[in-house]
Write a protein that binds this ligand. Structure first.
Ligand code: LLP
Length: 411
C-alpha cells in the first residue's frame, strides 16, 4: 500500500521512485502482502461457515497473482474457459474452480465439464440443453436472480429484475420441470447481486433466499454468495463489514443444519475485496495545461489502462508522489487518449510539475484486466511486490503485440 516515509513514498518497503526508475511508467504495482491480508480477513470472518474463498479472476488475471492467492488457500471463480485454463495452468485443481458464465453456448459449458470444473448455469435454455446432454451424470449449480437491487452503481448491479444475470426466482416452476424431466443433479445455489455492496442486510436477504431454496434441493452441498464485498475508495467510504456478515451467516448455516441435518459449505467469490486496494497505477505527468478556467494535468496513461472512472464514474484517489511538500492546487487529471478520458476532476494535489509521478490508487481490481490497446498504445507493465522484492510479472507491450494477429493482404 502507498505510504509516505522520511525517504519519500513507498509501496510496502519499496520506494516509488525506484519502481519508476527500474520499470518505467505507466506501471501497475501490486502489494502481495496486502492481497494476503485481505484474503485472511475473509477466511477469518467466515471461518464459522466452512467457507471456500474463490477469487473472481476477472478482477486481475495475472498468473503470478493467481499463484499467490492459490498458495494462500484461495480457490478461484472463472467466467470463461480461457480463465479456467489460466487457473489450471497455475495449479488450481478443477474442483477448486467455479465456472460461472453468462450467455455462453453449450460447447463452452461442455469444455468446462470435460475439464472437471464446477459448473454454474444462469438461464433456462442452457439448463435444458445441459439436462439433455448430461442428465444426472454431471452436477451443476444454479445462478439465481433474486430481484434485489443492491450496490451504489446500476452498471455493476446484477441481481435486480432488469439484469441479464441469473435465472429469475419467479421461474422456480420451470426450473423444477427441467430438473425432473432430465434428472439434473443440482449441487449448489448461487447469487451474486453486484459489486461494492456494503449493506449487511443484502447478504442476509440473499441467505434467506438461498436457504429457503436449499431445503427443496436435497443434493445441494454449497451456497455461493458471489462477490461484491466493498472496499473504501476514499476517506469516509464504508467498507463491507465482513465480520458482521460472518457472524449472522454462521447462525443461519447452523440453524439450517439443525433443522435438516445437512451441513452446507459457504462459497464466496471476492474480486475487489482481495486486490483493489493492493494495486496502484503509476503514471508520469506529460503536460500541465493551464486553461483560463481549468488546469489539466495530462498523464501518460488513460482510459485505455484504467477505464473505471469513465465507465462507472468510479472515484480513484490520486497522489502526487514527486512533490509531497508542495502547496495544494486544484487540477483535473486526464489521460493521453483521443477521447475525453478524465481520471479525476477537480482534485486537490500538491503542486504538479511536468515529469512528476502520480499514483492512482485502488487500481488492482478491473484495472489491467479491462485494459486495451486503444489508440495503438501499449498496455502497461505489471510488478508484484512480494517478500519485500519487486518483480516484473508482465512486460509492457511492444509494437509486435499490437501487430500480432494482424494479417496484411495484397492491396
Ligand atoms: N462473482 C460473480 C458472478 C461476478 O459477476 C463478479 C463480478 C464477482 C463475483 C466479483 O465481484 P467483486 O467482488 O469484484 O465486486 N468491472 C466492474 C465490476 C464488474 C464486476 C463483474 N462481476 C468494476 O470495475 O467496478
Amino acid at each position: 500500500m502507498l505510504h509516505i516515509t522520511s525517504e519519500g513514498f513507498k509501496i510496502q518497503d519499496v520506494s516509488v521512485n525506484n519502481l519508476v526508475h527500474q520499470f518505467g511508467t505507466p506501471l501497475y504495482v501490486y502489494d502481495g502482502k496486502k492481497i494476503i491480508e485481505q484474503l485472511k480477513k475473509l477466511q477469518t470472518a467466515f471461518a464459522g461457515c466452512d467457507v471456500k474463498v474463490k477469487f473472481a479472476a476477472k478482477a486481475l488475471t495475472n498468473i503470478s497473482i493467481l499463484k499467490l492467492l492459490k498458495k494462500n488457500g484461495s480457490g478461484i471463480d472463472v467466467v470463461s474457459i480461457n480463465e479456467a485454463k489460466l487457473a489450471l495452468k497455475v495449479g488450481f485443481v478443477p474442483s477448486e474452480i467455479m465456472f460461472t458464465s453468462n450467455c455462453i453456448d453449450l460447447v463452452e459449458v461442455s469444455e468446462g465439464v470435460q475439464l472437471g470444473l464446477n459448473i454454474n448455469l444462469d438461464n433456462l435454455s442452457i439448463l435444458e440443453q445441459y439436462g439433455k446432454k448430461y442428465g444426472n451424470n454431471y452436477p451443476c449449480c444454479l445462478r439465481l436472480n433474486p430481484s434485489i437491487l443492491a450496490g451504489g452503481n446500476y452498471k455493476i448491479s446484477t441481481g435486480h429484475k432488469l439484469s441479464k444475470f441469473g435465472i429469475p426466482i419467479e421461474q422456480l416452476t420451470q426450473i423444477n420441470e427441467l430438473i425432473l424431466r432430465y434428472k439434473i443433479d443440482i449441487n449448489g445455489l448461487h447469487i451474486h447481486t453486484g459489486s461494492e455492496i456494503s449493506d449487511t442486510e443484502v447478504f442476509i436477504k440473499m441467505a434467506t433466499i438461498l436457504f429457503d431454496w436449499a431445503k427443496d434441493f436435497p443434493h445441494v452441498k454449497f451456497l455461493d454468495f458471489g462477490g461484491g464485498f466493498k472496499v473504501a475508495y476514499k476517506a469516509g467510504d464504508k467498507e463491507t463489514n465482513v465480520n458482521e456478515i460472518g457472524s449472522h451467516l454462521e447462525k443461519l448455516f447452523e440453524a439450517f443444519e439443525k433443522s435438516t441435518g445437512r451441513k452446507l459449505q459457504m462459497w464466496i467469490e471476492p474480486g475487489k475485496f482481495l486486490v483493489s486496494d493492493a494495486g496502484s497505477l503509476l503514471t508520469k505527468v506529460n503536460t500541465v495545461k493551464k486553461n483560463p478556467t481549468i488546469t489539466f494535468v495530462g498523464v501518460n496513461t488513460g482510459l485505455n489502462h484504467l477505464i473505471r472512472p469513465m465507465m462507472y464514474d468510479a472515484y480513484h484517489e490520486i497522489v502526487n508522489v514527486s512533490n509531497p511538500e508542495g502547496n495544494e492546487h486544484v487540477y483535473t487529471i486526464v489521460g493521453n487518449i483521443c477521447e475525453t478520458d478524465t481520471l479525476g476532476s477537480d482534485r486537490k494535489l500538491t503542486e504538479v510539475r511536468e515529469g512528476d509521478i502520480l499514483v492512482i490508487k485502488n487500481a488492482g481490481a478491473y484495472g489491467y484486466s479491462m485494459a486495451s490497446n486503444y489508440n495503438s498504445r501499449f498496455r502497461p507493465a505489471e510488478v508484484l511486490i512480494y517478500n519485500g522484492k519487486a518483480q516484473l510479472i508482465r512486460e509492457r507491450d511492444t509494437l509486435e503485440d499490437i501487430l500480432r494477429g494482424q494479417v496484411e493482404v495484397e492491396i
